[in-house]
Design a protein around this ligand. Sequence first.
Ligand SMILES: [Zn+2]
Length: 277
Amino acid sequence: MASFFRRQPKASKEHEIPADLWEECPGCRQLVYGKELESELWVCNKCGFHFRLTVWQRLQITADPGTFIEWDRELPIHDPLEFPDYRAKLEEARAKTGMTEAILTGTCAIERIPIGIGLMDLSFVGGSMGWAVGERVARLMERSAEEGMGVVVFCASGGARMQESLVALMQMAKTSGAAGRLAAAGLPYISVLTHPTYGGVTASYAFLGDVILAEPGAAVGFAGPRVIEVTNLKMPPGVQTVEFQYQHGMVDLLVPRKEMRETLGRILRWCTENGRE
Ligand SMILES: [Zn+2]
């Protein structure tokens, strides 16, 4: 099996923190040493703030080493409206992140259980969902169903991709249908909400998991806070946090990053042993 370490992006790693530098924590404003941060899985040990991860960092702390194989990397660029500068923006995002779209999909093992996995990255055009993201998610669900594996998706998205207009919105139906096919095959789907998850992704596969987990401190919602502000609707404080959603039954469990891998392993093992109810 190909090691995912060999699939690391060749280009710049804008959001990765060099290990020998001090970094100011956005949560508590204190300085954290880079190497220490890495050993703490990029969680501030002073205030618990969860730093944003690249998909490669996420794989490193989640998958069994050397088990990741990417699927559908070569899907073509889809530009139905020939939107100005869109192709250039995608090429730039590809060079910056080492990904070909805002979601990386494939297969790996977590605690020796083989699964289909999807990982989204906000640094690729805001983690937005166009045709290629929807197609990758749908193929991930369908292929995993065929191969008898459950699916884990780490969500992070600004919503549907405006450059693809209605085609982007149609991905909500496509991915929801694919999640239904995974369910019909009796296989589990675990969605993990990470900061931030918004819009069309929230309104489709992010909230369709049989089990919905979330990293503490993540913002989730449909419309963003600025959109809500202009509607003048009165919202309870903290409505767009996973903590609020957990208190109101929309999220099953808040899982600190250090416990995520083990929690996923436990749920997947339970599903493997007991089947889907
Ligand atoms: Zn902190």
